[in-house]
Design a protein around this ligand. Structure first.
Ligand SMILES: C[S@@+](CC[C@H](N)C(=O)[O-])C[C@H]1O[C@@H](n2cnc3c(N)ncnc32)[C@H](O)[C@@H]1O
Length: 281
């Protein structure tokens, strides 16, 4: 029976790592709007799928880690109709949405859980697919170690994640206002490569691509991020409501940086493909 199985999410650390309860709530609340706003995320996901289509794999067990609304999970099922697919997400709201949209089996077996502590046996999965989700994990090292644990030797990890340049304009505009962390931090492609190597992956292929998206205003950008559920989840985020004055100063700084009529925001996408470790670590 296809069911939304619920597992406890990890406790949040006290060291500036993402607050997972907040991540689950934010994405869950964004589920209804997400597909309508996620244009870049879709393009990146399509690129991952077309790469898979060219790989002639025959995976029996697949995990879509951070599956969101289930859109890409349904595409994976089209690609591999005989496979057992688990759509895993930390946000129950996303999984409920996937169930209501695609039915009991349409997006695979829906499991609520953490990509850094997956409820799967060692070496039991042939393909771990993940589109722009692992940047929400506590660390690249821990998520790749976990993916390496569940992958069969020689199994494939194919993923995309946001890189360090992502939202650099917003980060720098806030830095001119105060010392809080207002924007999530992401690792670069060198960090991704090194974490994969450290976790024992082989045939590692990592590449980055920069997208510059134009917005009418800083508010439009912030509205889109909020609509996607992409809240600031760092533990050193400001705990008080950001005052109107600080927001005005940040917007003025962003507009000064942009200099022209439109307003650019950078998104760096890091793509990765690697074979799972030959031995358990
Ligand atoms: C930007 S969305 C991407 C969703 C989907 N992969 C897509 O391309 O449309 C990121 C998803 O990752 C999930 N997520 C974040 N941290 C996670 C974690 N530690 N374990 C599992 N899922 C997580 C979020 O709840 C959200 O649904």
């Amino acid at each position: 029976m296809m069911a939304v199985e619920s597992l406890p999410t990890s406790e949040c650390g006290s060291d500036g790592r993402p607050d997972k309860r907040l991540i689950g709530r934010s994405f869950g609340a964004a589920a209804e709007r997400y597909d309508g706003l996620a244009e870049l995320q879709r393009r990146v996901g399509e690129k991952l799928l077309s790469r898979l289509a060219g790989m002639s794999l025959g995976p029996e067990r697949i995990v879509d880690a951070g599956s969101g609304t289930g859109y890409l999970a349904t595409r994976l099922i089209e690609l591999y109709p005989k496979a057992d697919l688990v759509a895993l997400d930390i946000a129950e709201g996303m999984l409920r949405f996937a169930k209501s949209r695609y039915g009991e089996s349409g997006a695979g077996r829906l499991v609520c859980g953490d990509a850094e502590a997956m409820p799967f046996r060692d070496r039991s999965i042939d393909l771990v697919f993940s589109n722009v989700a692992i940047q929400w994990c506590s660390g690249l090292d821990s998520v790749f170690r976990e993916i390496g644990r569940v992958l069969r030797p020689g199994g494939i990890a194919l993923f995309s994640t946001f890189g360090a340049e992502t939202l650099k304009e917003l980060r720098s505009a806030w830095a001119s206002v105060d010392d809080y962390s207002h924007v999530n931090r992401f690792g670069d492609s060198a960090a991704v490569r090194s974490a994969l190597r450290e976790a024992g992956f082989q045939e590692i292929d990592v590449a980055a691509e920069v997208h510059r998206l134009e917005y009418g205003s800083v508010y439009d950008l912030m509205r889109e991020l909020k609509g996607l559920g992409a809240h600031n989840v760092t533990l050193d985020r400001p705990r008080h409501l950001t005052g109107k004055g600080a927001l005005r100063r940040m917007i003025a700084a962003y507009e000064r940086q942009s200099g022209g009529s439109g307003l650019d925001a950078t998104f760096e996408v890091v793509y990765g493909c690697a074979r799972g470790p030959a031995k358990c670590r």
